[in-house]
Design a binder for this molecule. Structure first.
Ligand code: NAD
Length: 323
């Protein structure tokens, strides 16, 4: 057990809430900050501050003491139905930039031990991901830059912001490019949910013999990482000396159709797929784990199916509770 202190921005969100629990279990004293409390369950944080991090004054009130480790996860965020439809681009760019500028400036305080920023696989160049045979995501291929969304452009800007914090101010900054994190206690309905949760919900809601709606032809390829595996990677990255962005993802590539069939098999129901037009993002993307394995000795320990079983069971329970 340690007596270390941690500050988690975005502690009311999916990954932030799990991270607070992990840090508490490791013996940290933890303060969580968010504009809202966690939607599912409670927070294990020792203190939870409600603050709108777009405001400098509000951000400052949450950062009035020394923290050994600062995790910056707060962002204007959602799945394909939120970030790829175009309607939310200004909110994504302006709100997340303001949050990151405020947090980075607060981290210039001498009392900051180190900071970790959660970037995204959406920073990668869409031209490398336009057909099913190419899903290059080696870290250096983010440049020359051509992300597929404003969400990706904002993340790229903020990666560079946190890198300057280390370079010019001397605060160690770690950058994780997360690839599709999923698990219990994440958004599962109402527009901000991501593919694994949306598919589990559709399967759980479907009557036996019914259909599961899939956006596009379902052949688009992705990889998905279970949240506990993600936390292992984030903790290793935070403790490391690595100041370049690193992928934290799974390299188990799977099509959306195959993911849906996996959820259907887990449910034990007899269901078929129905394809409809919808936002899809790039054609193919999968984490490349060579560098992260080499530098951190980290790789996912379980296959996708294990995490999907836990997640399906949690979402099925939520669907029943709200029926
Ligand atoms: P999430 O939406 O559940 O959590 C983000 C949190 O930020 C939310 O609780 C939200 O209330 C908070 N927030 C937003 N605006 C705020 C504001 N103005 N003031 C205070 N809090 C504010 O998302 P998540 O899935 O937990 O993702 C955490 C981080 O990881 C985000 O930065 C996200 O971009 C990044 N990421 C996640 C994934 C994924 O698959 N979940 C993939 C790539 C990157």
């Amino acid at each position: 057990m340690s007596n270390k202190t941690a500050l988690v921005f975005g502690a009311g969100g999916f990954i932030g809430n799990h991270l607070v629990t992990r840090l508490k279990n490791e013996g940290f004293w933890v303060r969580g900050v968010d504009r809202k409390y966690p939607e599912f369950g409670t927070s294990d944080a020792d203190e939870f501050v409600i603050a709108d991090l777009r405001s400098r004054q509000e951000a400052e009130k949450s950062f009035d003491r020394r923290f050994d480790e600062v995790y910056q996860l707060a962002a204007e965020m959602g799945g394909a139905g939120y970030v790829f439809v175009g309607d939310n681009d200004f909110d994504v760019m302006s709100n997340s930039s303001l949050i990151n500028l405020n947090v980075a400036r607060l981290c210039t305080k001498e009392s900051t031990g180190r900071v970790l920023f959660t970037s995204s696989a959406c920073v990668y160049n869409e031209n490398n991901q336009s057909d099913l045979s190419s899903y290059t995501c080696e870290e250096h291929t983010a440049y020359p830059a051509q992300p597929d969304s404003e969400y990706g452009w904002e993340k790229l800007f903020s990666e560079r912001l946190f890198q300057t914090l280390e370079r010019n101010v001397g605060v160690p900054a770690r950058i994780a490019r997360l690839h599709n994190i999923f698990g219990p206690r994440g958004s599962w309905c109402c527009g901000r949910e991501k593919a694994p949760a949306a598919i589990c919900r559709k399967v759980a809601e479907a009557a036996v013999g019914g259909e599961v709606e899939i956006w596009g032809d379902g052949k688009q390829i992705r990889s998905f990482l279970y949240v506990e595996e993600c936390l292992d990677g984030l903790r290793k990255l935070m403790q490391s000396d690595c100041n370049e962005p690193l992928n934290i993802g799974s390299d188990e590539a799977i099509s959306i159709n195959e993911l849906a069939l996996m959820a259907i098999e887990i449910s034990g129901k007899r269901l078929s797929l129905r394809h409809t037009p919808g936002p899809q993002g790039v054609r193919a993307r999968c984490s490349d784990n060579e560098l992260v394995e080499q530098l951190l000795g980290w790789r996912p320990s379980e296959p996708l199916r294990s995490g999907m079983e836990v997640t399906y069971s949690w979402i099925e329970q939520q669907v029943k509770l709200t029926a």
